[in-house]
Write a protein that binds this ligand. Structure first.
Ligand code: PEP
Ligand code: MN
Length: 376
């Protein structure tokens, strides 16, 4: 059960105190305060954990300071939507709004390689008006003999170059807790010229200790990539681990599922789950067509499968795109076969703009047909 406080009520204010006194009569129920800064307002929720069946909703609703009481039927206690208005969800990071209505494109190489390539990428992104990048310093590779990333050694110059070219956020994978510390201190030493979205890769999708580690810090948002062989439910529960430690700044990323049924693609594209995650949770949803498709194959019409997969995600309402792009893909140290050139990326952006417009028109069409209020 969740009690949502009125916007003007503080978590330590008299109304909250009064509620706590009232709740004392239910000794089996644990009370947890959850505070969130939504886009339009701060939100304080009181989560009641335990046997809440006997607590009458109506009594609570009439107590001072209570905006709404929600019985949580789903297991996604923290990330679940619970019918809370869309305006209340999402987060701001580095001056950018991330929510279920926004769209951000994160582009860059699979792995950081040279300062020259990194600067070329940032300069290019800046020239096309993109201030969000992706790149890995720590790479979990299938073979121990493949390039594992430059690690902490590259962080100072990556962050400095990002700041120089107006890059506000870099999505960067972390494989263990010490990577969070390395990134935090490298950013601080560089004077925080940019921000980092901590990426949990598909291989760590159920590394619960790592999930708790990114969840127990509040500074960096988390990009959680669905486990390649996990059900949606299992991956959403993994996000619940992050959120239940206190960090609600989470983006859920679909990146394809590993099955022979997806061949010849690297994974089976699962972007039809965009609306599913958006209705089950409050999380913005990202799609990663690069790792889903895994190649730059084109159809007879000339359109790359990566573009088609992107379009499927965007037309379904995705809020973020994670795409691999490199100044000279054939020299990329990781995932060269799926990295777009700058020219290809420009064409992809044009495609994304067209498809995004189409998505917005679709939303308008169902709204004017009166279908907007159908059960989520
Ligand atoms: C990545 O995005 O760099 C990556 C390794 O992807 P995934 O974890 O989805 O395989
Ligand atoms: Mn990659």
């Amino acid at each position: 059960m969740i009690i949502i406080l009125k916007p003007e009520c503080q978590p330590k204010g008299p109304e909250a105190e009064g509620l706590l006194v009232h709740l004392n009569q239910y000794p089996d129920v644990k009370v947890k305060f959850v505070e969130m800064q939504g886009e339009t307002r701060a939100l304080t929720e009181i989560h009641l954990i335990g046997s809440t069946n006997t607590i009458p909703t109506e009594t609570l609703e009439h107590l001072p300071g209570v905006e709404r009481v929600v019985r949580v039927s789903s297991k996604y206690r923290q990330i679940g939507r619970h019918d809370i208005a869309l305006a209340d969800v999402g987060f701001n990071y580095q001056g950018l709004e991330f929510n279920q209505d926004s769209l951000h494109i994160f582009a860059g190489p699979c792995a950081v390689d040279t300062p020259a390539n990194t600067e070329a990428l940032f300069r290019f992104l800046q020239s096309v008006g993109v201030s969000t990048a992706r790149m890995g310093a720590y790479k979990p590779r299938t073979s121990p003999y493949d390039f594992q990333g430059h690690g902490p050694a590259c962080l100072p110059w990556v962050f400095e170059l990002a700041g120089k070219h107006g890059i506000k956020v870099i999505a960067m994978e972390v494989l263990k807790e010490s990577h969070i510390e390395e990134i935090t201190s490298a950013l601080a030493e560089a004077g925080n010229p940019t921000g980092v979205m901590m990426q949990i890769g598909t291989r760590n999708a159920q590394n619960f200790e790592l999930l708790k580690a990114v969840g127990s810090q509040q500074e960096f948002p988390v990009l959680y990539k669905r486990g390649m062989g996990l059900t949606l439910e299992e991956s959403l529960n993994a996000c619940e681990y992050i959120a239940s430690e206190g960090n609600r700044k989470i983006i859920f990323c679909l990146r394809g599922a590993k099955t022979q049924l997806g061949l010849p693609h690297r994974n089976l594209v699962d972007f039809i789950h965009v609306p599913v995650v958006k209705r089950l949770t409050r999380l913005p949803v990202c799609v990663d067509p690069s790792h889903a498709v895994g190649s730059k194959s084109q159809g007879p019409d000339g359109i790359m499968d990566i573009f088609h997969a992107t379009a499927q995600g965007i037309v379904a309402g995705a809020n973020m795109l994670l795409v691999e792009c490199h100044p000279d893909p054939k020299t990329a140290l990781c995932d060269a076969q799926q990295s777009l050139t700058f020219d290809e990326f420009i064409t992809l952006m044009q495609d994304v703009n067209m498809i995004r417009d189409l998505y917005l028109k679709r939303v308008e069409a169902v709204k004017s047909a009166g279908l907007r209020s159908l059960t989520r």
